[in-house]
Each structure stands twice: as structure tokens, then as C-alpha cells.
Design a protein around this ligand. Structure first.
Ligand code: ATP
Length: 346
């Protein structure tokens, strides 16, 4: 029995989650044994109760659930983003979900914004370190000087790099390590050592290190040359938004936060790449595809390959038939798009 914690969160999170939740019922109707519980954590709950993610709730998620299905957090009424840190960053960090896996396989030629490039030429997967780098929220502002500290540890970097090499081997695709070791000599120097070690361990994987700025340029010019991309938390964040554009935009991109060697029952958190997009919230303008495709990633993680593949095919079929929210140039509302994306499910 799979037990799923559902956190819709803020902004467009609940709107896109409403379009993904029927997939849990559909999986159940297909014979999968699954239960789920919707948890209230997010901006509204924080403002009403002062609670972000209470310890007891975190421990329940960790010990009693197999995975988290997550919408988005971020609320303009909480300008310091405190609740988002204490909910999402905590779940990633304390569940030891060190690998953020963000695949990019565009579903339709028309969605690829690059001149002369077809969807089938692009098969990219970003492996973004998920718990460290400059996102460890350490630093200070003193007078006219501000300092952010970036932490990189051999343990976390090793986990990320190994996961990326294993995936490149499995896919038979090249691996590119994105870095700025020329200037970030300490942190990215550590990354470079991990990369070089793993290169020796995986001699059959075609691998290369590239300065991240040069990589961004090359990705736009010749995306078909690349496969798996390993990067730290900050660079991985930037690269994954670029490749989200290759799939049609932020509304299309899915992600899995994974613990390759799980320490707890809860071993994955699945969320769209986009955030809470307050500019779109409450208007039915959000594209639910990223959320629905993240649910497919969760099903695959649970071992439900058939259902995961069926969701992806159904989304592709709907897009081929022209289903589109405004971000894709169409006029469907979020719920109409959700219905269209689920329409071809067996
Ligand atoms: P975060 O830091 O949490 O990633 P962000 O500030 O980078 O958030 P997002 O919430 O990801 O921003 O949104 C960026 C923009 O992308 C939004 O303003 C919106 O225009 C667009 N966008 C995001 N998600 C969607 C979606 N599901 N459908 C359509 N457009 C979207």
C-alpha cells in the first residue's frame, strides 16, 4: 500500500494539484493500492496559525508516508519566505532528498522554441544537488556588505554525482558537469574532484566538465549534443529553467526530489519545477501539465511504470490535439486543460 502526503501549498499550487489528484483515484481504479492525505501547510496555514511545518507533521511525513506530492509554496504576504523555507527546503534537507531530477523531453515540435530543432532531438535530464550550495541560507548583511555562504560537502556532492553517472550509463547518454571551478575554486574545486573520481569509475560514460556559462550557450545552439547534466544547487536551478523553456515553458516541467539510498520510509517528493506564480493565482491561467507529469514521475518511483507511461502518453496526445493554456498560446482554463490532459487515459 502506497501512502502519499499531498501538500498543495500556495498560489497556483492548489489549482494545479486539483488536476493531478484525480490520477491517484485513477491509479486505484487500475488496481494500485494507494491512500493519500491532503496536508494544509502553506501561506494560509502559516498566517492563520503561526505554524510552518510542525516537527510532529514532519516526522509523520518521514515515517508514515512513501512519498510527497507537492504543489508550490511562496506567498507575497510572507515576504521573507520563511514558511517556504521551513516547509519545502526542510523536507528536501531533512528527508535527505539530495538529488533533484528534472527531465526534459519536449512532447511536441511546436513547443520547442529553438530554430530548426525538433522535439525528438532533445533528451536532457538535469541532476541538481538539492540541499547545499548557496541555498543553505547562511550569511549576513552588515552595513554596506552582504555575504552569502555556499556550503559543498563531499558526501552530498558524491551522492549527486554518482546518481548522475548511473543515470547517464542507464540511458547511454553523455554526461556534462556544469561548474565555475575557475572562480569558485574551493566549492567547485571539490565538485571537480568528485567528478574526476567518478569519471574513472564510469569509463564507458562519455563525460566532460564545462563552464556553466559556456554550457548555457551551447545548450541553446546544439541541445541534441547533451544528455545528463550534473550541477550544484544554484547552477542546476538556472539550467533547469532554461530547459523548461525547451519543453514549452515553466508550466510544462516536472521534477523529482529523490534520496538515492533512502534513510526513511518517505523517499521522494514530486513537484512541478515552477513556483507558486502569484501573478497567475486564482484566475484559472496555470498550466497543470508540470504537476501532472510530476505525478507520473512519482508513479514511476513507486514502480507503477505502466501508469506513469499512460499519463505521459495522454498528455502528449492532448497537446497534439491542440489542448493549451494561455502560456502555450491557447485559451483553456486550468481545469479544462486538466480534463484534456487526462482524457486519453485508459
Ligand atoms: P520559485 O522561486 O518558487 O521557483 P519563481 O519566482 O521563480 O518561483 P514561478 O512561480 O516559477 O516563479 O513563476 C515564474 C513565472 O512563470 C510566472 O510568473 C508565470 O508567468 C510562469 N509560470 C509558472 N508556472 C506556470 C504554470 N503552471 N503555468 C503557466 N505559467 C507559469
Amino acid at each position: 500500500m502506497a501512502h502519499i502526503a499531498v501538500i498543495p501549498g500556495d498560489g497556483i499550487g492548489p489549482e494545479v494539484m486539483a488536476e493531478a489528484l484525480p490520477l491517484l483515484g485513477w491509479a486505484m481504479a487500475k488496481g494500485r493500492r494507494v491512500t493519500w492525505e491532503v496536508l494544509p501547510y502553506g501561506g494560509n496555514h502559516y498566517l492563520a496559525s503561526g505554524e510552518t511545518l510542525p516537527d510532529a507533521a514532519f516526522e509523520r511525513i518521514r515515517d508514515d508516508f512513501d512519498a510527497v506530492l507537492f504543489g508550490a509554496v511562496g506567498d507575497p504576504r510572507v515576504p521573507d519566505g520563511r514558511h517556504a523555507e521551513e516547509i519545502l527546503l526542510r523536507l528536501r534537507r531533512d528527508l535527505k532528498l539530495g538529488v533533484n531530477h528534472r527531465p526534459c523531453a519536449p512532447m511536441l515540435d511546436a513547443l520547442v522554441p529553438l530554430k530548426g530543432v525538433t522535439a525528438s532531438e532533445i533528451q536532457l535530464e538535469v541532476f541538481r544537488e538539492n540541499t547545499e550550495g548557496p541555498y543553505c541560507l547562511r550569511g549576513e548583511t552588515e552595513g554596506s556588505q552582504a555575504i552569502d555562504i555556499a556550503v559543498h560537502t563531499e558526501a552530498a556532492v558524491g551522492v549527486l554525482m554518482r546518481a548522475a553517472f548511473e543515470r547517464a550509463l542507464e540511458l547511454g547518454r553523455p554526461l556534462t558537469f556544469a561548474h565555475k571551478a575557475n572562480v569558485l575554486k574551493h566549492g567547485h574545486g571539490l565538485w571537480m574532484r568528485a567528478f574526476t573520481r567518478l569519471q574513472k569509475e564510469f569509463p564507458t560514460v562519455r563525460s566532460a566538465a564545462m563552464h556553466a556559462d559556456a554550457l548555457l550557450c551551447a545548450l541553446v545552439q546544439r541541445p541534441g549534443d547533451f544528455g545528463v547534466i550534473a550541477a550544484d544547487n544554484f547552477l542546476g536551478d538556472l539550467i533547469s529553467d532554461l530547459i523548461a523553456a525547451f519543453q514549452g515553458g515553466m508550466g510544462m516541467a516536472a521534477s523529482a526530489n529523490l534520496a538515492p539510498a533512502p534513510s526513511f520510509r518517505c523517499s521522494g517528493l514530486f513537484e512541478p519545477v515552477h513556483g507558486s506564480a502569484p501573478d497567475l493565482a486564482g484566475q484559472g491561467l496555470a498550466n497543470p501539465a508540470g504537476m501532472i507529469l510530476s505525478t507520473a514521475l512519482m508513479f514511476r518511483h513507486l514502480g507503477w511504470e505502466q501508469e506513469a507511461g499512460a499519463i505521459e502518453s495522454s498528455v502528449q496526445e492532448a497537446l497534439l490535439k491542440g489542448a493549451a493554456t494561455p502560456d502555450l498560446g491557447g485559451s483553456l482554463h486550468t481545469s479544462e486543460m486538466g480534463q484534456a490532459l487526462r482524457a486519453a487515459l485508459p
